[in-house]
Design a protein around this ligand. Structure first.
Ligand SMILES: [Zn+2]
Length: 263
């Protein structure tokens, strides 16, 4: 499936992408991006830069991944979760009605993907005779936003997104709302809200799915597997991590079988 948005360079919009095959190296890099990055946008950029084999026509780097719009990044992070073996599964939410925490199940394959609207990645705003053109925010914008004080965040972001028009030094709420609405109407993306019934009180809640859930993967069980193979075959950590995952699992089964015979 192509990127719902893509990278626009000159007159060309490129939407192709592919992940690297799953190996321990890739699984470890994704888990470590989640554990070690200072902010969420940075973690997403690092994880995608190692996971992608190509992006919009070329080999990716962190700058190019950060230039993707937020919807494309969320789409790719959910696809990365699938690539690493999760087709969805159980999510948690707090019921706003009764306060109980509850689990609900989601299959990623059932969730639609929204394609970008006309004019992507830019949207026009016409306000009392003044014309503006804004582009959609990217990962780089999200990363920059983490360093802004909250009171200035909207004005700072609009200043980055403006492509045409004279932005007032302090943009009014009406302009901010109009820009947000126009951008939302063309934004590509994944469904991040689903309906889920609270099992305690029966209320149907609209709950948020974490699009970056793949970052909560931990390294423990992978390192345990590397440890077992290293003990048995005396291969180096790097060699074991480079094995495609199906082969790593096959060696683990062989080790188990050898143990069974010895017992
Ligand atoms: Zn409830």
């Amino acid at each position: 499936m192509r990127l719902p948005g893509g990278l626009v360079e000159g007159d060309t919009r490129r939407r192709d992408w592919a992940f690297r095959p799953v190996s321990g190296e890739l699984e470890l890099a994704v888990a470590e991006a989640g554990e070690a990055s200072a902010t969420m946008p940075l973690a997403v950029t690092r994880a995608l830069a190692v996971a992608l084999r190509h992006l919009a026509g070329v080999a990716p780097n962190e700058t190019r991944v950060a230039d993707l719009c937020v919807g494309d990044r969320q789409f790719l992070m959910r696809e990365l979760d699938r690539h690493l073996g999760s087709e969805g599964g159980w999510f948690e939410a707090d019921c706003p009605q009764c306060g109980q925490r509850f689990d609900f199940e989601v299959a990623y394959a059932d969730l639609p993907v929204q394609e970008a609207g006309p004019g992507f990645p830019c949207a026009r705003v016409d306000m009392e005779g003044r014309q503006f053109r804004f582009r959609l925010p990217t990962g780089a914008d999200q990363q920059g936003l983490t360093a802004q004080p909250e009171a200035r965040a909207h004005a700072w972001l609009l200043g980055r997104l403006i492509q045409e028009g004279d932005l007032p030094e302090v943009p009014g709420q009406d302009l901010i709302a109009a820009a947000e609405g126009a951008l939302e109407s063309i934004a590509p993306g994944i469904v991040s809200k689903v309906q889920a019934a609270c099992p305690s009180c029966g209320t149907i809640n609209e709950v948020e799915l974490d699009p970056y859930r793949v970052l909560s993967r931990r390294t423990d069980s992978l390192l345990q597997e590397v440890h077992q193979i290293a003990l048995h075959y005396h291969w180096s950590e790097a060699d074991i991590l480079r094995l495609p995952r199906p082969r790593r699992l096959q060696y683990l089964r062989l080790i188990d079988r050898a143990r069974g015979m010895a017992a």
